[in-house]
Design a protein around this ligand. Structure first.
Ligand code: ZN
Length: 519
């Protein structure tokens, strides 16, 4: 592969993706995703926005220290405090990158920044130079580039490259671009910016009009060689360019695009599932590449064609994206080795302590349940990575319900400081009664926005997975848990969401940065 046809995959699931409502992850979850991204073969991991909060800083630092291989990138606005803070988080990485951004469009200049063009250029140069004083690898993004006057955009990009930017990213921050126009922007930069060949042109497209992947592909055709994307297209509002879609598009249509990536496409489905489980944001069934129906040929006429010759209707093979045909089944006689291998194949990286806990839970589950499926193992592994610091844990509960009786629950919770608190309440049903009791004990009153229970696998002894989404003072949190008892799963999921809310309230010491937009 020459540099000419090498497409750099820049994953921002942990930064842009994590900014989407309800997708926030704790440290252990971010590390799990970062390890999975490394296994997937991404070139760059944008690990976070270090100045945004102490939690963001800590996560970027941990990923820089522990994830070896990809370039680890941190986001910063064009000011010294942001840039120095980003560097502090990144300095342990063997391949660090600082990503600085500054809005350039007229609407942002006038209403958000209140800065004239000259001021923008000066700030951009200073930002790139400061980042460059820390590390060689510097990316610059003119925020809202797709709505910036072409000549001014070209000028800013040229000056950023002069100042030392090695990657120039052209974000469609608001998802306003359309393919032909966006391609023309890239072409214009290619043709007019002096020194453009010294930097990699990157694209960052949002999906507000459903065009993020199409816009990114159009830009590749004009010479962009880095794509910023996220697993499952996660991201603010309608999300970002979906990594799995762009990767499979350039692979399947290599004849047209003539570029290659280093992605292990067989890791696409496991990574998609992992991110979906970790964030609690489900993938729609008809989602391209990784959706449940992406390879399901139900229509009779298609099935007939498929049986005669699969390429009549299939442009990609399911095994190429890691959709396993045969699901391996484990049981009570399966040993540690078999379980460890299965967990690794599913994309989880557990340390020895975590693995031991999963192994014990697996043995207990295998006693209750004849066959243990992949989904069961995923559920057990997730308990380990979701385990954040919990203020409250469930000690015990009791419910009574039925027809012509008042549904009631009694719950006992243990606080991290050692005290145990019990209470009881009535409700519309046993689950409602449990939730109400937990609210009374923790003193956190929330609005239940979503509540779902589904069976993890098949059979009457299947585990039930409960997912809840709660809102408190405008902040959304999710929780999920599994058990063969759905009321217990519901209680645990609800408590997890409450714990996250309580922890986040403590962790967000820097609230003013929460309103800061980003590329
Ligand atoms: Zn973005």
């Amino acid at each position: 592969m020459s540099d000419q046809d090498r497409l750099i995959i820049f994953d921002t699931t942990l930064r842009d993706g994590e900014q989407s409502p309800g997708a926030s992850m704790n440290l252990a979850e971010k590390l799990e995703v970062a390890h999975a991204l490394k296994d997937l073969g991404v070139d760059v991991i944008e690990a976070g926005f270090p100045i945004a909060s102490p939690g963001d800083f800590e996560a970027v630092q941990a990923i820089a220290q522990q994830v070896e291989g990809p370039i680890i990138c941190g986001l910063a606005r064009c000011n010294p405090e942001d840039i120095d803070r980003a560097w502090e988080a990144l300095r342990a990485a063997s391949r660090p990158r600082i990503h600085v951004f500054l809005a350039t469009s007229a609407i942002h200049r006038e209403f958000k920044l209140r800065m004239a063009k000259e001021e923008i250029i000066r700030r951009a140069i200073e930002g790139v130079e400061r980042a460059k004083s820390h590390c060689e690898d510097v990316e610059f993004s003119p925020e809202d580039a797709s709505r910036t006057e072409l000549d001014f955009l070209a000028e800013v990009v040229e000056r950023a490259i002069e100042a030392g930017a090695t990657t120039v990213n052209i974000p469609d921050t608001v998802g306003y671009a359309v393919p032909f126009q966006y391609a023309a922007v890239i072409r214009h930069l290619k043709q007019t910016v002096r020194g453009i060949d010294k930097a990699v042109i990157s694209v960052h497209c949002h999906n507000d009009l459903g065009l993020a992947v199409a816009n990114s592909l159009a830009a590749l055709k004009e010479g962009a060689r880095q794509v910023e994307c996220t697993i499952n297209g996660l991201g603010e509002r309608a999300g970002n360019c979906a990594l799995e879609e762009i990767v499979m598009a350039v692979k399947t249509r290599a004849d047209y695009f003539g570029v290659q990536t280093t992605i292990s496409t067989r890791r696409l489905c496991p990574t998609s599932r992992l991110v979906s489980h970790v964030t609690g944001i489900q993938v729609q069934r008809n989602k391209a590449v990784v959706g449940q129906n992406a390879f399901a040929h139900e229509a009779g006429i298609h099935q007939d064609g498929m049986l005669k010759e699969r390429t009549t209707y299939e442009i990609m093979r399911p095994e190429d994206v890691g959709l396993s045909k045969t699901e391996l089944v484990l049981g009570k006689h399966s040993g540690r080795h078999a379980l460890r291998e299965r967990i690794a194949a599913l994309g989880y990286h557990l340390d020895d302590v975590q693995f031991q806990q999963v192994f014990e839970a697996f043995k207990a589950l295998a006693d209750r349940k004849k066959t243990v499926y992949d989904a069961d193992i995923e559920a057990l592994a997730e308990v380990q990575i979701h385990e954040g610091p919990a203020l409250w844990t469930l000690e015990s509960f009791h419910t009574s319900a039925g027809t012509a009786t008042l549904p009631m629950a009694a719950v006992c919770l243990a606080h991290v400081d050692g005290r145990k608190v019990q209470d009881a309440a009535c409700g519309d049903g046993p689950v409602d009664a449990v939730f109400t009791t937990i609210e009374r004990i923790t003193g956190i009153k929330v609005e239940l926005r979503d509540y779902q229970v589904r069976s993890v696998t098949v059979g009457e002894d299947a585990q039930g997975e409960a997912r809840v989404e709660i809102e408190h003072n405008g902040r959304v949190q999710r929780g999920q848990a599994v058990s063969t008892d759905i009321i217990e799963a519901s209680a645990q999921a609800f408590l997890q969401a409450i714990n996250r809310l309580a922890m986040r309230r403590q962790a967000r010491l820097n609230p003013q940065t929460e309103t800061v937009s980003a590329v």
